[in-house]
Design a protein around this ligand. Structure first.
Ligand SMILES: Nc1ncnc2c1ncn2[C@@H]1O[C@H](COP(=O)(O)OP(=O)(O)O)[C@@H](O)[C@H]1O
Ligand SMILES: [Mg+2]
Length: 246
C-alpha cells in the first residue's frame, strides 16, 4: 500500500517575507502509524502540515504520498487521501447546517446521493453529532464545533488524518472524547499538539520540530520522557511524569 506512505524529502519552505519556516525536513510515515508532531511556537508545525495536502508547496525538496509528488496538478487528488483538520474549526465550517458542511466534500467528489447520505451519517454518528445535524455551526459549543470539523474530513474517508491542535480550547470531557475517537481511528494519523499527554495517549511515534528542523524523531515513549530535550524546545514533560522523580 505504498500510496499510503507520507514522505517528506529535504523539504524546505520560506514564506514570501523570507521567513524560513521549514529547513531540510525529511521523514517517512507508514500506513497505520500514529505520529505526534510537537515543537515550540513557530517551529514550523502548521507550515509542515499545510504541505501535506498541497495548501503550501515547497520552496525546495518535496512531499509525496507514495509515488505521487504533491504539486499543483496532484493536490486535488491528494485531498481525497489526506484529510487535514485545521486548528480553528471556523475555517472548516461555513454552511448553514452541520449536515451540509459534512456533505460538502463527498458532493464535490460527485458521489451518488445515497452514498453521500451514508457517509454523512457515519461520520457524524462516530462523533456523537448525528442528533445535531440540523444545527448551525455557530450555535455549537467549541467541542461540538471541533467534532463537526473532524466529521467534514471523515466523510471524505481519508487514508491519512492530520489534525492541528485537536484539543485546544476543549473542556476535559470533549478532550477525552477526541482522544477516544483518535484511538479508534485505524488509518494513519498525524497529530500536532502542545498537549503532550494527548500525544502520549494517541501516538506511538513523535517528531519534534525546532526552528524548522527535525530535532528528534522516534518512539513517543523516549521523546516525551526526555526532560532535557523537551526543555530545550520550551516544552514540558507530560503532566503524568511531572513531580514523579523524572
Ligand atoms: N504567512 C506567514 N508569513 C510569514 N511568516 C509566517 C507565516 N506563517 C507563519 N510564519 C512563520 O513561520 C514560522 C513557522 O510558523 P508555524 O508553521 O505557524 O509554526 P507552529 O505551527 O509550529 O507554531 C514562524 O516563524 C512563523 O512566524
Ligand atoms: Mg501552528
Amino acid at each position: 500500500m505504498s500510496h499510503h506512505l507520507v514522505i517528506a524529502e529535504n523539504l524546505s519552505y520560506s514564506y514570501p517575507d523570507g521567513t524560513r519556516a521549514l529547513d531540510d525536513v525529511s521523514f517517512e510515515i507508514h500506513h497505520g502509524e500514529s505520529v505526534g508532531l510537537i515543537g515550540p511556537n513557530g517551529a514550523g508545525k502548521s507550515t509542515l502540515i499545510n504541505h501535506l495536502n498541497g495548501y503550501l508547496l515547497p520552496t525546495s525538496g518535496q512531499a509525496r504520498i507514495g509515488d505521487i509528488v504533491i504539486n499543483k496538478k496532484t493536490r486535488q487528488d491528494i485531498r481525497k487521501t489526506v484529510g487535514v483538520v485545521f486548528q480553528n474549526p471556523d475555517d472548516q465550517l461555513f454552511m448553514s447546517r452541520i449536515y451540509e458542511d459534512v456533505a460538502f466534500g463527498p458532493e464535490n467528489l460527485g458521489l451518488p446521493p445515497q452514498v453521500i447520505e451514508d457517509r454523512v451519517k457515519a461520520a457524524l454518528s462516530l462523533l456523537n453529532m448525528w442528533p445535531l445535524r440540523d444545527k448551525a455551526p455557530h450555535h455549537l459549543s467549541d467541542g461540538q464545533k471541533r467534532a463537526a470539523a473532524i466529521a467534514t474530513v471523515l466523510s471524505m474517508d481519508p487514508d491519512v488524518l492530520v489534525m492541528d491542535e485537536p484539543s485546544s480550547n476543549l473542556d476535559p470531557k470533549s478532550r477525552r472524547k477526541i482522544i477516544n475517537f483518535l484511538n479508534e481511528f485505524e488509518h494513519t494519523k498525524i497529530i500536532v499538539s502542545h498537549d503532550l499527554d494527548l500525544i502520549w495517549d494517541c501516538c506511538k511515534r513523535t517528531i519534534l520540530l525546532k526552528d524548522g528542523k527535525v530535532e528528534a524523531d522516534g518512539p513517543t515513549e523516549e521523546i516525551l520522557k526526555n526532560k532535557e530535550l523537551l526543555e530545550g524546545c520550551n516544552l514540558e514533560l507530560p503532566f503524568r511524569f511531572q513531580g514523579d522523580g523524572f
